[in-house]
Structures are given as C-alpha cells and as structure tokens.
Design a protein around this ligand. Structure first.
Ligand SMILES: *Cc1c(COP(=O)(O)O)cnc(C)c1O
Length: 373
C-alpha cells in the first residue's frame, strides 16, 4: 500500500462542484484583483475567526512582516520567537528590518515556552511571535500576561492552526493580530499561495490595507507600500473550502485519536501532546523517537514501505547557517527542547481524506518498526 502525505486532489474531488462554481463566478464577474469575491471572503473570514477585520495578502510570510511594519516594528527593534518553527517566522522578522531573538520551546507542546520569554526581554523588545505549531495553540493566556507586564505586542503566527482554539480563548483574541497562510499544504489551503491577517484593531487593519496595496487607499494616491494581495480566484477557492474546514479538522482529530490508540504500548517513540481544554487541529501528527539515531531509521523504514513520512523541522532555525545572523539575532538560554525536537521528529500522513485502511496501515508499519527498534 502507498500512503501519501497530502490529500489535495481527493479534497478537490469531494467538493469540486462548489469550488468550480466559485471559480466560474470570479471569471464571469470581471473582477480578479481586489474584486467582489475577495471582499466576500474577507467578510466570511472575519466572521469565521470572530474578529472585526480580515485582510487577504499574498502569503503567510508577508502577513507576518506586514503586521510587524503596521505596528511600527523595524530596525533596532527585537522580536522574540522560538526556533523550532518553519523558517518563515524568523524570515519575516528579518524582512521587517527587526532582530529575531530565540527562546526555547516547551518540551511537551513544542510551542514557545512562556517561562523562557522574560529572560530575553530587553529595552529593545517590541513584540512576541508565538507559533501555534502543528495545529495547537500556544499558551496565549500566559504570553499575554508577560506582554502586558512589559508592554509588548503579540503577533500570532497561525499558519498551522486555522480553526484551532485554546481553553476559552480564540486565535486573534489575545494578540494585536494573527496571521495565517493559505498555501495548499495548510489545513485551509488554496491551489497556490496566499495568506491573511485577522485583527480586532482598526488601526492595524487600515495600515495593512495601505501597505499591502502600494500604500494606496484611493486611486492615484500612494505612500510607502508593497504589492502583496490575495487575488479573487484564490478567494473563491478558499470561500468554498472554508465551509468544510471545521468538519475537516474534526476528521483530522479522529485520525489523530486512531493513531494514538494504535500506538499504545510503543516503546521507541513518544506521541503528540494535547493541552487539556484546547482544540488541536492536527495540521501535523508528529511523533518523536526516543533516540535521535532512530529517527532517520524510522523515516527510511516508512518510506521504503510506501508511507510518505516527513520531518518538521529537522534543522531548528538557530542552526540555519543561512539566517542573517549579522544583525544581532541571537538565542537566549538553552535550546535543548528545540534541538531534541529537530533530531527526533517524524510527521506521519495526516489529512481529512485519509481512509481507515491507510491509517491502520501506517500504524501497523510504525509498530512493526517499534518492535525491532
Ligand atoms: C507555512 C508557514 C509560514 C509561511 O507561509 P507562506 O504562505 O508559505 O509564506 C509561516 N509560518 C509558519 C509556522 C508556517 O508553517
């Protein structure tokens, strides 16, 4: 049996009529950039998120640096995040002209460890970017407390946890803004690139709307800005898919529970941790081998047996030689949890359109390896 990592074509086939109808609607509307379908999707996205504003942008990376710039964060400012995330989180800080400061992740959730943040705060610190890694929210209540105490802003990198929630808090509620990515691989993804920002702050909404569209909110009138827009074809695809995202995430949670039950008694790896009371949407189902030297063995065994396993992320950002370290970017304290995660993580196939046979096959292969490991 072969089990792929993504189910994009299956998903398209399941809701083809709705997606095709929206594509036709955009094509016949005559408005393709900043047109009526984008307006409709932005309204739906704000409603879905429970925020006052939603702005479509070109991708999830732009969404982060556009918010940082809208908040006035740039040269000479420091932004705290953690190194076990997709490179773009730190890249966006650098693009904004600010300096990334890394603290370690929590050993269980893999999200930023709130207890490590205060040691990294200096008079230059302006913001914290928690990443809702693998589909589960960071401890936003604790992070908000620290931010309030030190008068810092929070930008949630929500590229991986669309439709997740905490215990009594929503994404975008305890921060200045939350950003997301709609690249095809994400839980809510279009057939290409795009991203968005959701916020309750009208000033951020206004500034990002200017910045992302050539600094313009009136024809022929411009200020400092860029071109980073979500075009209407993608908005139409996303509008159709968003109607199914909650059910899709529920199905991911069911597959995650099936994996977890199937891995009972495993001796050579640990399972993903779910924070009590949180809604984890399992963008990724990541297990960790107990010994680093077992990780590549497990991935190879699975790939050799037709299971497309991957690693997220096998090089933590503070170990990326290509990051522009020259501008003062630095780590504060030990990065042992992030480094262990980089050395031991294995992502198993996880998408709503998996079948029970496929999930059971993955379980059987992982457990076959576990017996020998
Ligand atoms: C995917 C991702 C991004 C970047 O999104 P793009 O749309 O690819 O620019 C940023 N942060 C995290 C955590 C991501 O997973």
């Amino acid at each position: 049996m072969k089990v792929g990592f993504y189910g994009h074509v299956r998903q398209y086939q399941n809701i083809k009529a709705e997606i095709d109808a929206n594509i036709q609607k955009v094509l016949m509307s005559g408005g393709y950039v900043q047109g009526p379908m984008l307006k409709q999707f932005e309204k739906e996205l704000a409603e879905f998120s429970g925020t006052k504003h939603a702005i479509g942008v070109g991708n999830g990376t732009d969404a982060i640096w556009l918010v940082l710039m809208a908040l006035g964060i740039g040269a000479g400012d420091e932004v705290i995040t953690h190194p076990n995330t997709f490179f773009a989180t730190a890249e966006a800080i650098w693009i904004a002209g600010a300096t990334a400061v890394f603290v370690d992740c929590d050993p269980k959730t893999k999200c930023i460890d709130p207890a490590k943040i205060e040691a990294a705060i200096t008079p230059k610190t302006k913001a914290i970017i928690p990443v809702h890694l693998y589909g589960q929210c960071a401890d936003m209540k604790a992070i908000r407390k620290i931010a309030d105490k030190h008068k810092l802003m929070i930008v949630e990198d929500n590229a991986q946890a669309f439709d997740a929630a905490g215990d009594g808090f929503k994404i975008g509620e305890l921060s200045e803004a939350a950003t997301t990515s709609f690249i095809i691989q994400k839980n809510l993804g279009t057939f290409g690139d795009s991203g968005a920002i959701v916020t309750n702050n009208p000033e951020i909404d206004k500034k990002v709307r200017m910045l992302h569209n050539h600094g313009s909110n009136a024809r022929n009138v411009h200020s400092f800005g860029f071109n980073s827009r979500l075009d209407d074809l993608h908005a139409g695809i996303l509008s159709a898919k968003m109607k199914h995202i909650h059910a899709g995430n529920d199905q991911r949670r069911k597959w995650a529970a099936r994996y977890t039950a199937g891995f009972k008694g495993a001796k050579s790896f640990t399972l993903p941790y779910e924070t009590p009371g949180y809604r984890h949407v399992f963008h990724l189902y990541v297990i960790e081998t107990k010994k680093p030297e077992q990780r590549d063995q497990l991935v190879k065994f699975l790939v050799d047996n037709g299971v497309d396993a991957k690693t997220h992320y096998s090089i933590a950002i503070h170990k990326q030689a290509g990051y522009p370290w020259g501008k003062g970017a630095r780590i504060v304290g030990s990065m042992e949890n992030a480094e262990r995660n980089a050395a031991t993580c294995v992502s198993l196939p996880m998408f709503p359109e998996l079948t029970a046979e496929e999930v059971d096959y993955v379980i059987a292969k992982v457990m076959e390896w576990d017996k020998k490991a």
